[in-house]
Design a protein around this ligand. Structure first.
Ligand SMILES: NC(=O)c1ccc[n+]([C@@H]2O[C@H](COP(=O)([O-])OP(=O)(O)OC[C@H]3O[C@@H](n4cnc5c(N)ncnc54)[C@H](O)[C@@H]3O)[C@@H](O)[C@H]2O)c1
Length: 263
């Protein structure tokens, strides 16, 4: 797909991967519609894009609220008359073991709360569902070609302490297969579905970790370093430009070792 002059809707656009994707796509001539709960962060990203000659708008959005997501998608259609690229990058984690036992007594003293579980499900899973459903409705009705992405993670393979997060990332890694199949069955043409599963990415969150924690993460990455945010953005642009990529999830991890094998 030729991406110049296309329209992208990106959630989680105020920070990290979402902000980097928005900034890079705007440089390539894509009109960008950003949604995030962080209004101040959105303003900074939108202003930067505009300063560099790009086109962008920011809409305060909570991706767990259907009405907010509908407003975001309507803003894209009202402002730029199309939606072609959808990147649901809004995501959170709330790590905890499901059960913690006391070393001496062996009895349970703590468990993952229902809200720790549901908050992550709501943002990462429900939020992604609402985002790509509302985008797909408008893409089909307005005959827009394009790509619906899901943002998974290497921890779709399972990670201790991430029963909630890993569950959401395993789910959205599967969705490209289901949705590309559904569109084919319904004779919906021109909309591809692609998952992106990053490994440990050089984001402020990881760079802010204690050096010894960071070291223990990096020792299990075969390329010997964190993945650069540009490498995630590059993979997403590759998927946009290569029409043979659909119904699959691309892993961009640098090769994360688990039990001697790459995860
Ligand atoms: N950074 C990594 O190493 C890494 C690795 C694998 C997967 N991922 C995934 O990539 C995505 C982006 O991660 P990131 O590192 O850029 O995170 P980030 O924290 O930098 O950005 C996430 C953004 O989502 C927004 N957000 C959170 N809840 C929201 C809600 N309910 N509605 C709207 N916006 C909301 C936040 O305000 C923030 O701006 C996430 O889905 C994450 O799970 C990240």
């Amino acid at each position: 797909m030729n991406i110049k002059s296309k329209v992208a809707v990106i959630t989680g656009g105020a920070s990290g991967i979402g902000a980097a994707v928005a900034t890079e796509l705007a440089k390539l001539g894509v009109k960008v519609v950003l949604g995030d709960m962080n209004e101040d962060g959105l303003k900074v990203v939108v202003e930067n894009i505009k300063k560099n000659g790009g086109e962008a708008i920011g809409i305060k959005t909570n991706v767990t609220l259907e009405d907010d997501v509908i407003k975001l998608m309507n803003a894209a259609i009202d402002t730029y008359a199309a939606i072609n690229i959808v990147v649901p990058s809004a995501g959170i984690f709330k790590d905890a073991f499901m059960i913690s036992t006391d070393r001496e007594t062996g009895k349970v003293f703590k468990s993952m709360s229902t809200s720790q579980f549901m908050d992550v499900i709501n943002v990462n899973l429900l939020g992604t569902f609402l985002t790509i459903r509302e985008a797909a409705i408008r893409m089909i009705d307005n005959q827009c070609e394009g790509v619906l992405f899901t943002i998974s993670s290497i921890n779709k393979e399972g990670q201790l302490g991430q029963l909630n997060y890993s569950s959401t990332k395993a789910s959205v890694a599967l969705w490209p297969k289901i949705l590309a199949g559904e569109f084919h069955a319904k004779n919906i043409k021109g909309i591809r579905v692609v998952g992106i599963a990053p490994g440990y990415v050089e984001t402020p969150l990881l760079l802010g970790m204690k050096p010894e924690v960071l070291e223990s993460i990096v020792k299990d990455v075969t390329i010997g370093r964190l993945v650069k945010i540009d490498e995630i953005v590059g993979a997403l642009i590759f998927a946009l430009q290569n029409e043979a990529v659909t119904g699959t999830t691309l892993e961009i991890t640098g090769g994360v070792i688990s039990k001697g094998l790459v995860k």
